[in-house]
Design a protein. Sequence first.
Length: 467
Amino acid sequence: MRYISTRGGISPITFSEAVMMGLASDGGLLLPEKLPEATPEQLQRWQGLDYPSLALEIMSLFSGDVSREILQELIETSYSTFDTREVTPLVQRGDLYILELFHGPTLAFKDVALQFLGNLFAHLLKEQNSYMNILGATSGDTGSAAIYGVKGKENIDIFILHPHGRVSKMQALQMTTVPDKNCFNLAIEGTFDDCQAIVKSIFNDLDFKKEYRLGAINSINWARVLAQVVYYVYAALKLLGQGHEKVSFSVPTGNFGDIFAGYVAKRLLPSQIDRLILATNENNILTRFVVEGLYEKGQVVQTISPSMDIQIASNFERYLYYLFGCDADRVRRAMASFEQEGVIRFSEEEIKRAQEDFASYSIDQDETVATIGDFYRNQGYVCDPHTAVGVAAARRFLKEHQDNVPIVCLATAHPCKFPEAVEKATGKPVEMPERIKGLEKLPQRYEVMPPEVERVKSYVREHGIKK
Ligand SMILES: *Cc1c(COP(=O)(O)O)cnc(C)c1O
């Protein structure tokens, strides 16, 4: 399998090259040349496989130049850090299924992709006798998942900027208590936007970027999407094995990475995966796109599901490529229009096609809190606020469609990561899982720093890998 850019400006590259490139060099996003569709024989063979074995089958369809043997090793290592062999258990609660994606080391779904990406980076760097300094900004969750993905790895250092005093206590502890020498936390005296602006500015210094081989861990890396395709297929096969003919998914969405993986899974199993329900909070640019056919930037609103407080969905361009019938020129024009006017317009036919791919609902915070409380009282299940947005959207969908297709709601974080909102909704303190008990007793490592590009650069110069 070879990889191309949504904007058509690169000649096809290998899987390894795509992983190392991250963002395509023409400013677009990388995609496989062709999206595979599973044959009936494959479907039969995959039925009943455990998670790592299924991951191997799915990922081999896309991984070209990485051998099956190595891929298997990377997958085994990546998911051995999860607290269950099932990796992503599926549980039934009333008329909904919950796919728990939070059994990794930082208790959020980003572990599923970042554990794999960390191991894949380490493997490719070793093979190329190279090194990488990862630089990223976080408002909380991605940073810790990225640090846990690469901690202790040879030839990789990671520098994560977070806004000092503006991430939750647990988020800060998850990042700063990691003792490995290759992990650096920079607590920036400013906002998340300041952190992001600094990172962006350093990536724009091309000499510096080259000298330190700066790497990014944001959700545009193809390997992240790929790792997420697996759990859709895993859940679908389980329900098909129980006699269902089709399955739908409800996905709490921010950057469109997770639901794009769902789209790839739907292309792989077109007759088995029915609807993708795109659930948003008040930051509903994507719901407006599906419902009204207009993709228009708004103001970011802060909510109790902060990982979805996003107005520009960085993976959306990948879907646009398919929506526009693989017309890279059309993608380029659309993205230019979005940059200049903050809006993309669509034809009637395109809107219709998008509405066949997705249903979408925007859930406000009152409904989110009510859903957590309600689901707890009626089903004895505690959802985190992100998961609750997806559950609420699934319920709205069920009210409008009586089609008996089971809906799988993706549970993207453990409720203990957002204790205030959850306790308010259930009236009970959230239970803490073993793996994060006692974090506050561990020594913390972080460097407080003013929001200045030069200060961050000299810190990387002083501590980063350079050969
Ligand atoms: C990142 C995240 C999301 C949103 O996922 P996208 O891939 O950005 O759409 C949802 N919930 C949680 C808990 C997250 O950390």
